[in-house]
Structure formats: structure tokens, C-alpha cells
Write a protein that binds this ligand. Structure first.
Ligand code: HEC
Ligand code: HEC
Ligand code: HEC
Ligand code: HEC
Ligand code: HEC
Ligand code: HEC
Length: 205
């Protein structure tokens, strides 16, 4: 008899757990990944106790990826109180113009520019010291890999005029753009070392 009771209890527990998992899975959209941000249903629904209709359909469609393809989904719109900014306004939830990295989980990594000349290196890790994301995004750079090199004026002259890297590499905030050429220009050898076989980009420099 005892073992039958135990069997029933175990079966009951198993069925309940599966039931919970099913209702849990059907309950929200899980984790939504955008270019450099992640939105978590778990933390907003379970964590903060928000109802579905606090976002659906007034702010977001119940559809994965719809926003990712929408060019209006920009930081500027969020600052203006749209989308995530409807709550992330410093009132209902932390403001969008601070704590960038709470939402922006991708830090950008290393850039290796190859146009117009091979090869110039930029490292987020080295620049993280003392600079928030807002020091460079979006005033100086888009949050998009190598976007700057699509611009024709991404040349030394622009840097000397204080644009792009030259906003800091002016001999004041950081070493000047007309000095230490090889610190930024790692050349073809450096390019091969970082991109070619053998030792990968995370090696020491
Ligand atoms: C704080 C805002 C917010 C709340 C609250 C919220 N969602 Fe979402 N939901 C989103 C966002 C953002 C997306 C993605 C929309 C997009 O990218 O276009 C989304 C997408 C979805 C999707 C589509 C995901 C997929 O994988 O197809 C479903 C389903 C969904 N939500 C269900 C729910 C349900 C059910 C609830 C309540 C339990 C809920 N959501 C609560 C913001 C929210
Ligand atoms: C309906 C209101 C609402 C909307 C819309 C909303 N959030 Fe939130 N979010 C909150 C609240 C409330 C908190 C917790 C309060 C706080 O930490 O200030 C929070 C916390 C967070 C956190 C920290 C917790 C975690 O998940 O790590 C992140 C990141 C976040 N939100 C990202 C987003 C993004 C990205 C969007 C848009 C896609 C968004 N939120 C839209 C209300 C909202
Ligand atoms: C509440 C969450 C949240 C916070 C906080 C936040 N962002 Fe964003 N940001 C987003 C979302 C969502 C997008 C659009 C999806 C994507 O590109 O991943 C975005 C896109 C961007 C983009 C690319 C698109 C564009 O408009 O150019 C930049 C640049 C950006 N954010 C900069 C910042 C900076 C700088 C900060 C801090 C001052 C910041 N963000 C804080 C959610 C946030
Ligand atoms: C010193 C300047 C600087 C700072 C500070 C900075 N970035 Fe960037 N970021 C760049 C440059 C340069 C690029 C390349 C864009 C270009 O070429 O136009 C970039 C690109 C990116 C990309 C796109 C990478 C890809 O692979 O698509 C992301 C994501 C990003 N940054 C996130 C961040 C975040 C998050 C922070 C803050 C923690 C931050 N950045 C701080 C300069 C900076
Ligand atoms: C927001 C200011 C800022 C911007 C914009 C900026 N830098 Fe820097 N960078 C610094 C500072 C500060 C240092 C370290 C101080 C110094 O060495 O003078 C530095 C150091 C470096 C270094 C030396 C790294 C090492 O190994 O020691 C390189 C290379 C570099 N930057 C390249 C770039 C390139 C390329 C760009 C543009 C794509 C750029 N930086 C944009 C502020 C900036
Ligand atoms: C702070 C970083 C930095 C320093 C220092 C730097 N450059 Fe550049 N340089 C760049 C960037 C960024 C580009 C554009 C991207 C590319 O061509 O890969 C560039 C492009 C160039 C180009 C091709 C475009 C043009 O302007 O004709 C030449 C040539 C060049 N640099 C020469 C030099 C010389 C010579 C020095 C030293 C006197 C120097 N650079 C120092 C970052 C730097």
C-alpha cells in the first residue's frame, strides 16, 4: 500500500511539474535578442509582476523580431518615451539615458578597419576605462561593426579636425592622431596575426 501511495504522490508531482512548465512556456515570449540588447519576459513578467497588457499590444506586438526589423526602434525614440522608454524614463523604471550596459549586453569587442588602409585597430576593452558608452555612441560612432569605414571621410584629415577617433586623439584627452602612427596602424602583419591562423585575437599585443 505504502508504495502505491508513494507512486501516486510521485506521479502527481511529475504531472504538476510538467503542467507548470507547459503553462510557463505558453505564457510569454521568453528572451528576445536584438542587435546589442536583450529583453527578458522572465524578469519583466515574473520578476516585476507586469501584466501582459502593460506592453501588449499598446507598446509591442506579440511577435518575435518585429521590432528588430523596424528602423523606428532607435535609441532616440526610446529617449522620447516610445517602446522601452514608455517605462524606462527614470520614473517607472531606470532611465534610458543611464545604465546603458543593463540593456546593452554586447560591448562591441574589437574592430579591425581595413578601408581605406589596412589595418587600424580599435578595442572596446581598452577604451572602457573611464568612458561610458555615451562618450562615443551615437555622437561619434554608430553601434554597428565597422560602420565608420563606409564613410568616405573616415580619413586622417577628419581625425585631425577632431572627428571620429580625433575627438579624443588630439594630444589632450589621448595621444594625438599625428603621433604614434603604429599604435593605431598595426599594419598587414598585425592584421594577419589577428585574423590569420595560429594565435587568435585574444592573444597579448
Ligand atoms: C515589459 C513589456 C512586456 C510584457 C509585460 C510582456 N511582453 Fe511579450 N513581448 C515584449 C516584447 C518587447 C516583445 C518582442 C516584440 C518585438 O520584437 O516586436 C514581446 C513578444 C512576445 C511574444 C512573441 C515572442 C515569440 O517568441 O514569438 C509573445 C508570445 C509574448 N510577448 C507574450 C507575452 C505574454 C503572454 C505576456 C504576459 C504573460 C507578455 N508577453 C508580457 C514585451 C513584453
Ligand atoms: C511596462 C513597462 C516596461 C517596459 C515597456 C519595459 N520595461 Fe524593462 N523594466 C521595467 C521595470 C519596472 C523594471 C524593473 C525596475 C527597475 O529596475 O528600475 C525593468 C527592468 C529592466 C531590466 C533590468 C532587469 C533585467 O531584465 O536584467 C532590463 C535589462 C530591461 N528592463 C530592459 C528593457 C527593454 C530592452 C525594454 C524594451 C524592449 C523594456 N525593458 C521595456 C519595466 C518596463
Ligand atoms: C531600457 C533599455 C536601454 C537602455 C538603458 C539603453 N538602451 Fe540603447 N537601445 C535599446 C534598444 C532596445 C535598442 C534597439 C535594439 C538594438 O539595437 O539592440 C537600442 C539601440 C541603441 C543604439 C543603436 C540604434 C541607434 O539608435 O543608433 C545605440 C547607439 C544605443 N542604443 C545607445 C545607448 C546608450 C549610449 C545608452 C546609455 C546612455 C543606451 N543606449 C541605453 C535599449 C536601451
Ligand atoms: C571610445 C569610443 C567607444 C566607446 C566608449 C564605446 N564604443 Fe562601441 N563602438 C565604437 C566604435 C568605434 C565602434 C565601431 C563603429 C563604427 O565603425 O562606426 C563601436 C561599435 C559598437 C557595437 C557594434 C559591434 C558589432 O559587432 O556590431 C556595439 C554593440 C557597441 N559598440 C557597444 C558599446 C557599448 C555597450 C559601450 C559601452 C559599454 C560602447 N560600445 C562604448 C566606439 C566606442
Ligand atoms: C572618447 C575618447 C576616445 C575616442 C573617441 C577614441 N579613443 Fe582611443 N584612446 C583613448 C584614451 C584615453 C586612450 C588611452 C590614453 C592614451 O594612451 O593616450 C586611448 C588609447 C588608444 C589606443 C592605444 C591602446 C593600447 O594598446 O594602449 C589605440 C590603438 C586607440 N586608442 C585607437 C583608437 C581608434 C582607432 C579610435 C577611433 C576608431 C579611437 N581610439 C577613439 C580615448 C579615445
Ligand atoms: C588614433 C588612431 C590613429 C593614429 C594615431 C593614426 N591613424 Fe591613420 N587612420 C586611423 C583611422 C581610424 C583611419 C581610417 C581607417 C582605415 O583606413 O583603416 C586611418 C587612415 C589612415 C590613412 C588612409 C586615409 C588617409 O587619410 O589618407 C593613412 C594614409 C594614415 N591613416 C596614415 C597615418 C599616419 C602617417 C599616422 C601617424 C602620423 C597615423 N595615420 C596615425 C587612425 C589613426
Amino acid at each position: 500500500m505504502k508504495s502505491v501511495t508513494r507512486f501516486l504522490i510521485i506521479t502527481f508531482l511529475a504531472v504538476t511539474t510538467i503542467g507548470l512548465q507547459l503553462s510557463y512556456a505558453s505564457d510569454g515570449g521568453g528572451e528576445i535578442t536584438y542587435k546589442s540588447t536583450v529583453f527578458s519576459h522572465d524578469s519583466h513578467v515574473d520578476g516585476m509582476g507586469l501584466d501582459c497588457d502593460s506592453c501588449h499590444d499598446g507598446i509591442f506586438e506579440m511577435e518575435a523580431g518585429a521590432m528588430a526589423a523596424n528602423p523606428a526602434f532607435s535609441m532616440e525614440a526610446i529617449y522620447q518615451g516610445e517602446f522601452c522608454g514608455a517605462c524606462h524614463d527614470g520614473d517607472t523604471a531606470f532611465a534610458s539615458d543611464e545604465d546603458c550596459t543593463t540593456c546593452h549586453v554586447k560591448d562591441g569587442g574589437d574592430m579591425l578597419y581595413t578601408e581605406p588602409v589596412k589595418s587600424v585597430i580599435f578595442s572596446h576593452e581598452i577604451h572602457a576605462d573611464g568612458f561610458g558608452c555615451e562618450s562615443c555612441h551615437t555622437g561619434l560612432f554608430k553601434m554597428e561593426a565597422l560602420a565608420a569605414q563606409k564613410n568616405e571621410n573616415f580619413v586622417m584629415e577628419a581625425l585631425y579636425q577632431g572627428e571620429y577617433c580625433g575627438a579624443c586623439h588630439d594630444g589632450d584627452t589621448a595621444f594625438a592622431s599625428n603621433t604614434r602612427c603604429a599604435t593605431c596602424h598595426i599594419g598587414v602583419k598585425g592584421y594577419n596575426r589577428l585574423t590569420g591562423g595560429g594565435k587568435a585575437a585574444n592573444g597579448s599585443h
